[in-house]
Design a protein around this ligand. Structure first.
Ligand code: DAH
Length: 338
């Protein structure tokens, strides 16, 4: 009988110490000390039927076991009650937390904001224009005659409504701005442009440009160079070199394309710059007198320069993106990197 009591006591001690749930603890109390059929209760109740010589000893041992189990139950109750609230409610507070999903500006927006900021710091203000444009603003007013190859159907998305198209460049905003205000003008404009290109790693039928226009008395090509060199240094650092090459645009005369020294090989020659040490950035020039005439400015009174650049292209260079399509694909694995 004494062995049986010890067995019950040990069994109870183990179960109570391992218990992690208040409801299970109630069941353990019932199992060992329950009034009706608790294991120890039954033994204590049966003492009267034992041999008289055994009774005192069994009574003492069983009573002690009962007290011990009651104390263990008390202790376990206190332990469970002192857990943090969340744990009492059934949470495991040791699990790592879930990372909240943070919103962010798309990489293209970040680059655009950066470019706009660079120009705003030297006195340019932001201008805007529609993406659905008239042929007049996209071509005619920019001195691009009807037989110019850029007006070919293959380059331009024409809409069914007569004379409307999706703008092929942001130079349209030059025209709209000058139509709306007299000189001096110092604006930039950024936005979406469209051309009928088959998408590949460096082309897309939707792309983004930033356009600059500065018109005033006595603005020179030297001012243009100063602004572009300032841009190169702000974007890529003081060691970047800029070079201008003669070019042709219908809306500027003289016109130029400008290159930055390769930011990857520092002008040594590498795969990105095709071993030339230079990376073509964009076009620019002095506003053609014909454009001033189209918007009602006096070409004898003012001069100005304009430039236009691909934002996607600058972003690819600055952030090492090797496929222009990534900007438009909304792939979270790409977007979340920036
Ligand atoms: N609009 C030209 C293009 O899309 C870029 C450009 C060149 C803009 C020269 C200008 C400029 O303002 O002066 O290719």
């Amino acid at each position: 009988m004494l062995d049986r009591i010890e067995e019950i006591r040990k069994d109870a001690e183990q179960a109570i110490r391992a218990c992690a749930d208040p409801k299970a603890l109630d069941l353990l109390r019932a199992r060992y000390l329950g009034r009706g059929d608790g294991m120890l209760t039954e033994i204590l109740r049966g003492i009267g039927t034992l041999d008289a010589a055994l009774r005192p000893k069994v009574g003492e041992v069983a009573g002690r076991a009962k007290n011990e189990i009651a104390a263990l139950l008390e202790e376990a109750r206190a332990r469970l009650d002192s857990r943090p609230e969340a744990a009492q409610a059934g949470f495991d507070t040791t699990l790592p937390g879930r990372r909240p999903a943070l919103g962010r500006r798309h990489l293209l927006t970040q680059i655009t904001d950066e470019l706009v900021g660079i120009f705003e710091r030297i006195g340019f203000s932001l201008a805007d224009g529609p993406e659905v444009e008239t042929e007049y603003h996209n071509f005619d007013a920019l001195n691009t005659p009807a037989d110019h190859p850029a007006r070919d159907l293959h380059d331009t998305f024409y809409l069914e409504e007569g004379g409307l198209l999706l703008r092929t460049h942001t130079s349209t905003v030059q025209v709209r701005t000058m139509e709306q205000m007299p000189p001096p003008v110092r604006v930039i404009s950024a936005g979406r442009c469209y051309r009928r290109d088959t998408p590949d790693a460096t082309h897309h039928f939707v792309f983004h440009q930033i356009e600059g226009l500065w018109v005033d008395k006595g603005v020179t090509f030297g001012d243009l160079k100063g602004v572009i060199i300032y841009l190169a240094h702000q974007l890529f650092g003081e060691e970047v070199q800029v070079r201008f090459r003669p070019h042709f645009f219908p809306f500027t005369e003289p016109s130029a394309e400008y290159d930055f020294s390769c930011i990857f090989c520092k002008g040594e020659g590498c795969r990105v710059c095709k071993r030339t040490g230079w990376i073509e950035i964009a076009g620019a020039g002095m506003v053609d007198p014909a454009v001033f005439e189209a918007v009602g400015y006096d070409p004898e009174a003012v001069t100005g320069f304009a430039f236009g650049m691909g934002i996607d292209r600058l972003g690819m260079l600055k952030y090492g993106v090797d496929d222009i399509r990534a900007f438009l694909e909304s792939d979270l694995r790409f977007i979340e990197q920036f």
